[in-house]
Design a binder for this molecule. Structure first.
Ligand SMILES: Cc1ncc(COP(=O)(O)O)c(C=O)c1O
Length: 390
């Protein structure tokens, strides 16, 4: 059911991001089948900017055993949404956040002996608290260095209320199948697991695999896999695993106009037209996350599937695209910025390449003005939109 408010919003939006719930679920299931492992969806950073509530709603019926978040506050949000499974706080916590962990049953990643003291002393109750040890096997970010885990476990013995339930690490180069660091990281991680086993630390959850490792590195799958971007259909370039693009980003045309040969388009007059040209001004810009760094390969797709090259510099609220003819698009009509439509696809990897960035950044830079919506089928809300604009 679409409410009156939603209908009004639908009729007047400038830019909308559709998240197709069925596709998110299907990608989760493809990953679970392919790896034969339980899946911990990584919904950190507001589900990569798509909206935690919205993606959680898509996944809720699958009852994921774990969900990964960045910080305790995201864990609290997930609990408030009604999630009762396990929550792993992947990217650190601060001393004043310790009470939240116990209060909301969140499992922290621990990567420093200092945190053991925080957890041991900063607790409101005295019940035991489980945590996952984060190990640095080559990422050089958070994590106990892989060959110093013995020092960590020696300290841990002083905190009998803290239970080492899991151990994990993060791969730095898993998206590059030929990169030697990944095999090295997997081996270091194995050494840590053997050490913990031999020293009598029974660890139930060993995990290492992000999306790229789901595709390229079976040795990294361990006890559970932690995909983020592949839930939305991202596939690294050399993978043969087929996934469904679960997001579509649209923006609407504000004007169709004709410009004379020799005219320049956009700030810095970077683009000079070598012939008369029909163009459309689209109501999306870098404030929305449509990146000003895009190179000249960037394009949008009309609803009929015509490629519309981006012309000139992207502005804060507007982007100009070239048209094949004045009837390529009409004012008010949506054009596709990302996603699959009628057999054509503007992929995460394409958009990331235009800005020389990671595919993750494409979603996480979406601005607050982009209206995020969960849609139930491939047609999205277009049948309704067409009715409203008939
Ligand atoms: C610790 C950890 N695991 C898993 C992921 C998921 O990564 P991806 O979206 O590449 O699957 C992330 C995301 O950055 C992460 O920080």
């Amino acid at each position: 059911m679409v409410s009156v408010e939603q209908e009004r919003d639908l009729a007047t939006f400038r830019s909308v991001l559709e998240v197709w719930s069925e596709a998110v679920r299907s990608n989760y299931e493809v990953i679970a089948r392919h790896t034969g492992r339980p899946v911990m969806p990584v919904l950190k950073s507001d589900a990569y900017g798509l909206g935690l509530g919205l993606v959680y709603q898509a996944l809720r019926d699958l009852a994921p055993p774990w969900i990964g978040v960045a910080n305790p506050w995201e864990g609290v949000r997930l609990r408030r949404l009604g999630y009762r499974g396990r929550v792993l706080v992947l990217s650190g916590f601060l001393p004043e956040e310790v009470p939240l962990l116990a209060q909301w049953s969140l499992t922290p990643a621990v990567y420093d002996v200092q945190q053991l003291a925080w957890l041991g002393h900063g607790r409101m109750d005295r019940a035991s608290l489980t945590f996952h040890l984060k190990v640095d096997t080559g990422m050089g970010r958070l994590g106990v260095l892989w060959d110093r885990v013995d020092e960590f476990t020696q300290h841990l013995r002083r905190f009998p209320g803290l239970v080492l339930e899991g151990v994990f690490s993060n791969l730095a180069c898993a998206d590059r199948p030929a990169h030697p660091l990944t095999a090295q990281q997997i081996e270091r991680f194995r050494q840590v697991c053997y050490f913990l086993r031999d020293e009598g630390w029974p660890v139930a959850w060993r995990h290492l695999a992000n999306s790229a490792a789901v595709h390229h590195w079976p040795d990294a799958w361990m006890d559970i896999v932690r995909p983020g971007l592949s839930l939305y259909g991202w596939v690294p370039s050399e993978s043969r695993l087929s996934m469904t693009m679960a997001v579509r980003w649209w923006a609407r045309v504000l004007q169709v106009r004709h410009l004379p040969a020799g005219w320049t388009v956009g700030y810095g007059a970077q683009c000079r037209l070598d012939a008369d040209r029909w163009v459309a001004v689209v109501g999306v810009g870098y404030f929305d996350g449509y990146d000003r760094r895009f190179n000249p390969a960037a394009y949008m797709l009309s609803r009929r599937g015509e490629r519309l090259p981006v012309l000139g510099t992207i502005s804060m609220d507007m982007t100009v695209v070239g048209l094949g003819s004045p009837s390529s698009v009409r004012p008010g009509e949506p054009v596709l910025l990302l996603g699959e439509w009628q057999g054509q696809r503007i992929d995460f990897n394409d958009v990331a390449a235009w800005a020389q960035t990671a595919p993750h950044e494409v979603l996480s830079r979406l601005g607050p003005r982009v209206s995020r919506r969960l849609v139930r089928d491939a047609a999205g809300f277009w049948p309704l939109w067409d009715q409203l604009h008939a």
